[in-house]
Ligand binder design. Sequence first.
Ligand code: SF4
Length: 113
Amino acid sequence: MTAATGASFGLAGILSGCGGGGEADTATPAAESEAAAPAAQASCTDVSGLTDAEASMRDTLGYVDSSTEDGKSCANCALYTAAAAGESCGGCTLLKGPINPNGYCVSWAMAAS
Ligand code: SF4
């Protein structure tokens, strides 16, 4: 009888130690980061780190932060390089400086799928 009582306390201790709250805490941040993923609001127009020639090239090719061309944006351009983890702006193998995935320039070329 003593052994059975001890076993009951042991099981109760294990169950109460689980708590259950830890799993919920680890699941919440992942859901929040997925919700924050869209970069539609990103601004990738800071050319302060570029030379005048590099900044001028962006103007020459008509780079804009938000494409008005149907179905064409930097995100589906062959020259686009994706943003690093945690960053909103990617890059371009043609233009220097930050590139918005929703941007566009006249050198847009369909990326291979
Ligand atoms: Fe965007 Fe133009 Fe570079 Fe293509 S070439 S990624 S459209 S800036």
